[in-house]
Design a protein around this ligand. Structure first.
Ligand code: NAD
Length: 284
């Protein structure tokens, strides 16, 4: 049971954790802080949080568990603002989509409290953002990855693991680098591709005409291009090398496909498409 949960960044990810734990009776009180006054008041009005704090210091001062769910580019400043005000026994965790950058920022800012920091990433989400996007069942039957480092207190990791399990999520532990490589492949690269394709079409003079005839396939592929631009800028810059490595591999693949189309090499196209179909059909 958590007495007071502080959520810094009450949007889709932070708000959904608050709603889920409240619905399970696993938390006495949720205090929330978001940079914008509007977001704070909206979160309060929607019952996502019980109390809106006017500052990060106020939000964390009495908290047992602190969940940081701001865009990754804001994490370092948030950790720095909270570090002087955290109770020594408080446990801090986050929901950032790439872990190396967050761990570095937390190590630099949190000082003695760093051992109480359990880096985390819920592999769940939608393309919507803000407090109104939050819902209690977001994490049910989804995976949450924790990436504790050698200094992380094992009791703190166990407590955060138990917290996520209460939301209905399955919790895994991974090392930071492995997490960032895996997520670059399954989440970060696909978002970059979707943003690029939809952004490219949006620049065409005949964009409306082209998109009028978009069917289910385009809708499926492009849904994630509707995600928040700031959040995805931060993820791309925060997981730079892993994404660049994959983009390099992707360029090589797309160049080969381009070449095969030019040369009417149907055999090569069948080979690539059939391999992809088999990989998807056997896993999803
Ligand atoms: P969101 O936009 O819905 O919520 C972010 C909240 O942070 C907003 O309420 C905003 O007002 C607040 N905020 C922004 N800058 C701030 C600052 N400097 N100080 C305090 N509050 C600030 O975003 P989200 O989708 O909930 O994402 C939050 C985090 O979770 C990000 O780090 C993201 O990488 C990660 N994440 C997102 C998803 C997803 O699918 N959306 C999935 C997993 C992890």
């Amino acid at each position: 049971m958590i007495n007071r949960l502080a959520v810094i960044g009450v949007g889709l990810i932070g708000g959904s954790l608050a709603l889920s734990l409240k619905s399970k009776g696993a938390v006495n009180e949720v205090i929330g802080y978001s940079r914008s006054e509007n977001a704070r008041q909206e979160a309060l009005a929607l019952g996502v949080i019980d109390k809106a704090a006017d500052s990060i210091a106020e939000a964390v001062a009495e908290a047992d568990v602190i969940f940081v769910a701001v865009p990754m580019g804001a994490m370092a400043a948030v950790f720095a603002d909270m570090s002087e005000h955290i109770r020594p026994e408080a446990i801090i965790t986050d929901g950032g989509s790439a872990k190396a950058q967050v761990v570095l920022a937390a190590r630099e800012a949190l000082g003695n409290n760093f051992k109480q920091f359990v880096p985390g990433h819920p592999i769940a989400g939608t393309e919507k953002s803000g407090p109104s996007a939050a819902f209690a069942t977001l994490y049910e039957d989804h995976r949450v990855v924790l990436t504790p480092v050698s200094d992380t207190d094992t009791a703190a990791t166990a407590k955060i693991k138990a917290m996520w399990q209460l939301t209905g999520a399955e919790v895994f532990e991974m090392d930071v680098e492995h997490h960032d490589t895996v997520l670059a492949a399954t989440s970060h690269l696909p978002h970059v591709l979707a943003f690029n394709l939809v952004g490219m079409l949006a620049q065409r003079d005949d964009c409306d005409e082209v998109l009028r005839y978009a069917a289910g396939g385009f809708r499926d592929f492009s849904r994630i291009a509707s995600s928040d631009a700031v959040m995805w800028r931060d993820i791309c810059l925060g997981n730079k090398q892993a994404i660049l490595d994959l983009l390099d591999e992707y360029h090589q693949g797309i160049n080969k496909i381009e070449q095969a189309i030019k040369e009417e090499d149907g055999e090569y196209l069948i080979e690539v498409f059939a391999r992809a179909k088999k990989a998807r059909d056997t896993r999803f």
